[in-house]
Design a protein around this ligand. Structure first.
Ligand code: SAM
Length: 310
């Protein structure tokens, strides 16, 4: 389907074309970096769910092409189910982030050294069934987080796209067990009408003695409880965000991540009213053909068992 005239009017879409970015999402990462200085001191970085590759282009420019002559460029690994055209200084992997072998492939490229930064702009195909879409998106974030905890060094950072839904306070509180600082950021280039935002998690600090591990079955993510097993964090503590969501509490008692807007407002195109990214618009429920096959499989099972509505 061709671009509508509304798409063409979008400022960031036009700017991306002019500046040679593969997608307008490049500006989201640039604006997040200008707010949070994500790239400072980064030697190894992973871009999860990276196709078509505008975030990887940003990483390539900032951490490879533009570094001083006497500085060794960072190692950049980009992962997506879709093939990606090559980018200077970037190793691309066509792989599923929910597959345990993907972790080994990344670590091999890093020579067994941990990453300083993991970013994830993951989005599954939407089905239009709200509960199903929310479930699959949550699974993708959980997959990115589980992979990240097996990959990053203490003190490292994790950035991921989220859609601010019902259980978001729960996620913030769980991330609070893993990182010193968790912020929810909405870059100016992210359409105002969209629920999209980014969690910026800084200062990874796993509990002493806890070694995070992935499930060894394909697409078989660990549940949050299984994942945190052995960390000393109890089930009650893990569900505290949810509990707090269910009752009206005084504002200070709720676990709320600071919310910041970033980027320069002056050029913001208020005309852009649509909410879905290009990659979110196709619909596929085929568990084999779908780019997010493992989560879909589980989601379809859940739908069959009437565990979710829609
Ligand atoms: C919004 S796009 C990413 C855009 C990218 N950040 C950029 O700047 O060009 C979302 C991507 O998530 C990928 N994706 C979805 N599920 C995935 C999975 N299980 N493993 C790897 N990639 C996945 C899709 O293939 C899609 O390319």
């Amino acid at each position: 389907m061709g671009k509508s005239s509304k798409d063409k009017r979008d400022l960031y879409y036009r700017k991306a074309k002019e500046q040679g970015w593969r997608a307008r999402s490049a500006f989201k990462l640039l604006q997040l970096d200008s707010q949070f200085h994500l790239f400072e001191g980064v030697r190894r970085v992973v871009d999860l769910c990276a196709a078509p590759g505008s975030w990887s282009q940003v990483l390539s420019r900032e951490l490879h092409d533009n570094v001083e002559k006497d500085v060794t460029p960072a190692k950049i690994v980009s992962v997506d189910l879709q093939p990606m055209a090559p980018i200077n200084g970037v190793t691309t992997l066509q792989a599923d982030i929910t597959h345990p072998a993907t972790l080994e492939r990344i670590l091999t490229i890093f020579g067994g050294e941990p990453a300083d930064l993991v970013i994830s702009d993951g989005a599954p195909d939407v089905t239009g069934l709200h509960d199903l879409d929310e479930y699959i998106q949550a699974q993708l974030i959980l997959a990115a987080l589980q992979l990240t905890t097996c990959l990053i060094r203490p003190g490292g950072s994790f950035v991921a796209k989220i859609f601010r839904g019902r259980d978001i306070d729960l996620m913030y509180s769980q991330l609070g067990f893993l990182f010193e600082k968790v912020t929810c950021a909405k870059p100016r280039s992210s359409r105002a009408s969209s629920l999209e935002a980014f969690i910026v998690c800084q200062g990874y600090r796993p509990r002493p003695g806890w070694t995070p591990t992935l499930s060894d079955t394909v697409g078989g993510l660990k549940s949050t409880e299984e994942f945190f097993e052995g960390s000393g964090i109890g089930r009650d503590e893990l569900s505290i965000g949810k509990k707090l969501n269910e009752v009206e509490l005084d504002f200070e008692e709720r676990v709320i991540a600071p919310f910041v807007a970033c980027g320069d407002l002056s050029e913001y195109d208020s005309d852009a009213t649509y909410t879905l990214e290009k990659s979110l618009t196709s619909v596929s429920l085929d568990p084999v053909q779908s780019p997010t096959a493992p989560p879909y499989k589980r989601a379809l099972e859940m739908k069959r068992n009437n565990e979710i509505r829609g």
